[in-house]
Design a protein around this ligand. Structure first.
Ligand code: BGC
Length: 407
């Protein structure tokens, strides 16, 4: 039954993702508060979706789940929002989904709106992990449980669980990829590397940077890897809002200041795909060297997968966010039926995950965490993405596209 629902929700999701808009969509609008059986859908899956809702609605008890996503302007959150929505609806829940345009005030307002709407559970991917304390205190007063989705919410006791990937490992995989590509254990070097990290307001960003830096530290310390810009600290290479344009501009400045003569850039270690996109663009337009620098990323965004095929990006760390939504559903189901999820819940997951009660301290409490497993994608194993059912080859068999876009 579980597998059937997972397959069904992917099927339903493909239909809803087809209508998924870009950054211009009104981000604060209530995306849906459907009566699960009357929502009008134009695709062929309507009946199956409705019958699934009917089957599952006894266990979901007509409950409503409020989902707060950061923004539509970064590709992955569109996928997260739609996977969560379709999977929760397939399980019989009513879903209220909001995107908050990367604006912390707006996200607070959006969550307050969902508290006023008396949702039964809140799933939140915070824009700024530090700015939700008061709002979540209000959620707690209203008896609404909160699950931190992908990004840890800081300085609050009102968050019950955290569902994410092993964030430190994401960075470590990037660093180890660089180590292996440059053969740092056998080659003398020295090689030149520059880092581009994520948004300082996002608690994940430090984990990614540290994971990558720690994997390379011994080579940096040994002088095999140099950082000509001298920017070795997270704060020096952070990218506000994970912006592609900011990453582009920062890399252009770095290239102009430190690589204007015959210095060779060997590695641009980027924490994710949105920043890697800007960095690859800066390298294409402004880098004078003859070599092709290694560029890392994270997420498997379509534009980056294209860059991987074209040789402008070397790898991405892939995190299956459909699986992340599935784990979140299991955790939420347990909470909403009055249980206290623990490590034993993992046996109900269809994806591999660990239960961690030590690593994620939000300043007030250590938040029990379910962490999924990320893995490396290069141009040599793109078929692994096709095997997830979420990507397919385009008609020329050259680039990957989302299965959702043409459904
Ligand atoms: C997510 C990454 C994503 C970044 C920017 C992080 O919190 O974990 O997958 O690339 O936000 O959207």
């Amino acid at each position: 039954m579980k597998k059937f629902i997972a397959a069904l929700s992917t099927f339903v999701m493909l239909g809803s993702l087809a209508s998924c808009g870009g950054a211009s969509t009104s981000e604060s609008s209530k995306e849906s508060k459907p009566s699960t059986n009357t929502e009008s859908k134009t695709d062929a899956n309507t009946d199956e979706s409705a019958s699934s809702n009917t089957d599952e609605s006894t266990s979901s008890g007509g409950k409503t789940v409020g989902i707060a996503m950061p923004t539509k302007s970064l590709e992955r959150w569109n996928r997260d929002g739609e996977y969560l929505k379709s999977q929760f609806e397939a399980a019989g829940y009513t879903v209220e989904l909001k995107y908050s345009d990367n604006d912390t005030n707006q996200q607070n307002n959006d969550i307050q709106g969902m508290i006023a709407d008396k949702v039964d559970l809140l799933l939140i991917a915070a824009i700024d992990g530090n700015t939700l304390s008061q709002t979540l205190a209000d959620a707690k007063d209203a008896g609404i449980s909160v699950v931190a989705y992908d990004r840890l919410i800081m300085n609050t006791d009102a968050v019950s669980y955290y569902v994410s990937f092993d964030n430190y490992t994401v960075g470590k995989l990037q660093g180890e990829f660089v180590r292996d590509q440059l053969k740092l254990d056998s080659e003398a070097g020295p090689f030149n590397i520059e880092f581009t990290a994520g948004d300082p307001a996002d608690n994940n960003a430090g984990y990614f940077f540290n994971g990558a830096y720690d994997a390379l530290k011994e080579y940096i310390d040994a002088g095999k890897l140099n950082i000509p810009s001298g920017k070795v600290k997270f704060e020096q290479v952070a990218t506000d809002k994970w912006s592609t344009d900011t990453a582009l501009e920062n890399m252009q400045n770095t290239l102009a200041s430190y690589y204007s003569k015959d210095e060779q850039l060997d590695v641009a270690l980027c924490s994710n795909d949105s920043t890697a996109l800007g960095v690859a663009q800066a390298i294409s337009s402004d880098y004078k060297g003859k070599n092709v620098p290694i560029v890392t990323g994270q997420d498997g965004d379509i534009a980056n997968l294209k860059n991987i095929v074209d040789g402008k990006q070397s790898m991405t760390v892939y995190k299956n966010v459909s699986d992340e939504a599935g784990v979140t559903l299991e955790v939420s189901k347990a909470i909403l039926s009055g249980q206290t999820p623990d490590g034993s819940l993992i046996s109900s997951f269809t994806a591999e995950a660990t239960y961690d009660t030590e690593s994620y301290d939000n300043g007030v409490k250590v938040v029990p965490s379910y962490l999924l497993v990320p893995y490396v994608i290069t141009k040599d194993n793109l078929d692994v993405l096709v095997d997830t059912g979420l990507y397919k080859w385009d008609s020329d068999n050259k680039y990957l596209e989302s299965t959702a876009e043409t459904t």
